[in-house]
Design a protein around this ligand. Structure first.
Ligand SMILES: Cc1ncc(COP(=O)(O)O)c(C=O)c1O
Length: 393
């Protein structure tokens, strides 16, 4: 056995000791509300399918139809022969939804953040080292894209526009290109960035505002547009409220052309396959009409937040369909997750480095498939008074 193999084993053992070891659980899913694990059914509060579109017949039908008509693969990168005629229509729908001049479809949100940010912060193109002001709780793929570009991130306190303003002022007048990077809805906290204030700061300091709208597109904002109105560049994914897979960048025509020429995640990766594009296309057609679903999800999340707070739980600053229950230690989060599992409810424990040390949590996500009774069941399972004595000890 090579010595490196022993190092990997030792790493895994240390992760286990610290309650940080991750594993893959086999899941059966036949509808948007429940999952089965090892033959047991659970109400699923851990997926990002906020509009429950994953099983929607319109998406399935168009995915099937486009597979029949165009094949199950695209055959090559978009720059070779993979740029099927299907892309143009979808990109104009995305540009219209996001109210931007142009859009570019990419393979996944992770890939988009990793490679679009790398291309945008390219010092050799900008002619100077960029100044990248980034929320400290931004998604791992955002930090990864910054690291890949070699740009140093200047991290401001989470959601703290005044702090961002102070940092921007410190670099006032030094002439380097500036960028502000944030999620609109933070994936592990369910709170919303102060986007209006950030837009104002971006204009004041001649910075490009880049917003990852992954957790707002489809589920928040007028007609499901998301919350990225202030942004110069929006990055988002079709894998959450839009129920499928794939990602987009919404931006100016110039930036779209630049990315086609410079973004390695687009250039060196096979284009999305027709069935996936079919699901995206159908979801984009549906999203504007889903106001009732958006209102239902918002009301479930509100009811849950109120109930959880009454039970003494810390739901952080959530105002959206994502609600954390901040448990503190890794073991506390794991045992809360287990307790819910024993009650037929699935909620994953989220631990560092996904969230800061000491803030391990359950991340609950509400979807259009959940019912009010599901929320009451969840609150009952979280109520210590409802637990058998041995479980509270
Ligand atoms: C804020 C944010 N950006 C990007 C991604 C990645 O998107 P995808 O799942 O399409 O790779 C995620 C999801 O994990 C996310 O939460």
């Amino acid at each position: 056995m090579p010595g490196s193999e022993r190092s990997y084993g030792a790493y895994l053992e240390a992760r286990r000791r610290d309650g940080l070891r991750r594993g893959l659980t086999g899941i059966e899913a036949r509808d948007a509300r429940t999952i089965r694990i090892g033959g047991e059914a659970y109400v699923n509060f851990a997926s990002n399918d906020y509009l429950a579109l994953r099983f929607h017949p319109a998406l399935i039908n168009r995915a099937e139809a486009w597979a029949e008509e165009h094949g199950v693969g695209s055959g090559a990168s978009r720059l070779v022969t993979g740029n099927l005629d299907l892309f143009a229509g979808i990109e104009s729908k995305v540009a219209a939804l996001k109210q931007k001049p142009a859009a570019l479809i990419m393979a996944s949100g992770f890939q988009a953040n990793a490679s679009v940010l790398q291309a945008l912060f390219d010092r050799s193109v900008l002619g100077a080292e960029p100044l990248v002001f980034s929320d400290r709780l931004n998604h791992a793929s955002i930090h990864f894209g910054c690291a890949a570009s070699g740009a140093r991130e200047i991290r401001y306190r989470h959601g703290d526009a005044p702090h961002l303003g102070v940092l921007l002022s410190q670099y006032q007048g030094d002439g380097r290109p500036r960028f502000i990077l944030t999620e609109s809805v933070f994936s592990m906290d369910g709170d919303v960035a102060p986007l209006a204030e950030m837009g104002r700061l971006a204009r004041e300091h001649d910075a490009m505002l880049i917003v990852d709208d992954a957790h707002a597109t489809g589920i928040l904002g007028e007609a499901g547009r998301g919350l990225s109105g202030e942004a110069d560049v929006v990055i988002g994914t079709f894998s959450k409220a839009l129920g499928g897979f794939g990602a987009y960048v919404a931006c100016s025509e110039t930036l779209r052309e630049y990315l086609i020429n410079r973004c390695i995640g687009l250039i060196y990766s096979t284009a999305l396959p027709p069935p996936v594009l079919g699901a995206i296309d159908a979801a984009l057609d549906l999203v504007p009409s889903l106001d009732a679903e958006r209102a239902h999800v918002a009301s479930l999340a509100k009811r849950f937040r109120l109930g959880a707070r009454v039970l003494g739980y810390d739901t952080g600053a959530s105002t959206t369909q994502i609600v954390p229950l901040i448990a503190g230690s890794n073991h506390a989060a794991l045992s809360l997750s287990k307790r819910l599992r024993d009650a037929g409810i699935f909620a994953t424990a989220i631990r560092p480095p996904t969230v800061p040390a000491g803030t391990a949590r359950l991340r609950l996500a509400f979807t259009a498939a959940h019912t009010e009774a599901d929320i009451e069941g969840l609150l009952t399972a979280l109520d210590d008074r409802a637990l058998p004595r041995s479980a509270t000890a």
